[in-house]
Design a protein around this ligand. Structure first.
Ligand code: SF4
Length: 258
């Protein structure tokens, strides 16, 4: 069903009870598969079921993946492996990200131990697309200093710094074991009490600064990045990587993740 067809079935009151500003915004979200028709509490069951049965959603991420593979179809993976910080082998190259090895095959498939999500595939392909041109600056900067970072500061706080603080508040010992099991290295001489150098992608290191909880304040985290990080991925993709990192730590701690 097209957005306009879904819209026609809605009450058109723009009441926002579905957390969308307008019924039209809700209809667009439903047609893309991002929202569920049942989120509008003002539709009777029968109507909601009829609409749901007529919605065929296409995972738009698959189109992005297809187009990214097209973009890199002439790229010599072996030729750029060293620049990407990847290992070349007979069947393709291996890129290590967030403590996991991803094999990017010459057969245009990305595999790993366990499932590779569409987002992981997109981020790896975007990284490959840069060709690894450039070298890390070996200088830490705040997220807002990266190109475009100023408008995404809230995202890095919400998707990385706050959930990391929560995990470390919950069980610091287990959280420390989890972050180190993902290959993060403890670094000394930083402003915080503890800090880890984490590898989002081979050429995108992040320094996670950690202030443990005390009698006055809960645990606190701050992420800083190598000044060259925006040469290898855009800031939005970096936020996704950080979010994925938090999820992996939570998984290692045996916690449920969305
Ligand atoms: S809850 Fe339903 S009626 Fe209200 S804005 Fe959302 S779609 Fe429209």
């Amino acid at each position: 069903m097209k957005p306009i067809e879904i819209y026609k079935e809605l009450p058109k009151s723009n009441c926002s009870d579905c957390n969308e500003k307008t019924c039209m915004a809700f209809a667009i979200g439903v047609s893309k598969g991002d929202l569920k028709i049942a989120n509008c509490p003002h539709l009777d069951n029968e109507k909601a079921q009829r609409i749901a049965a007529n919605i065929v959603t296409v995972d738009w991420r698959l189109n992005i993946i297809k187009s990214l593979w097209e973009d890199i179809k002439d790229v010599d993976l072996h030729g750029i492996a060293a620049a990407l910080g990847a290992a070349a082998h007979d069947t393709g190259i291996t890129i290590r990200s967030l403590g996991r090895d991803f094999i990017v095959g010459s057969d245009r498939k990305i595999t790993s131990d366990g499932q590779v999500t569409p987002w992981e595939e997109i981020l790896l392909l975007l990284y490959i697309k840069t060709g690894g041109k450039g070298e890390p600056a070996m200088r830490w900067v705040s997220f807002s200093e990266l190109r475009g970072g100023g408008v995404k500061v809230e995202a890095i706080r919400k998707e990385f710094e706050e959930p990391m603080s929560e995990l470390f508040n919950k069980n610091p010992k287990q959280a420390i074991a989890a972050i180190e099991s993902l290959g993060a290295e403890l670094v000394s001489g930083q402003a915080s009490e503890m800090a880890w150098r984490c590898h989002l992608m081979p050429k995108i290191p992040m320094l996670a600064l950690y202030w443990p909880a005390d009698t006055e304040f809960p645990a606190r985290f701050k992420a800083v990045f190598d000044a060259s990080a925006d040469m290898f991925l855009d800031v939005e993709s970096i936020v996704f990587l950080c979010e994925g990192f938090v999820k992996r730590i939570a998984q290692r701690m045996g916690l449920e993740v969305e």
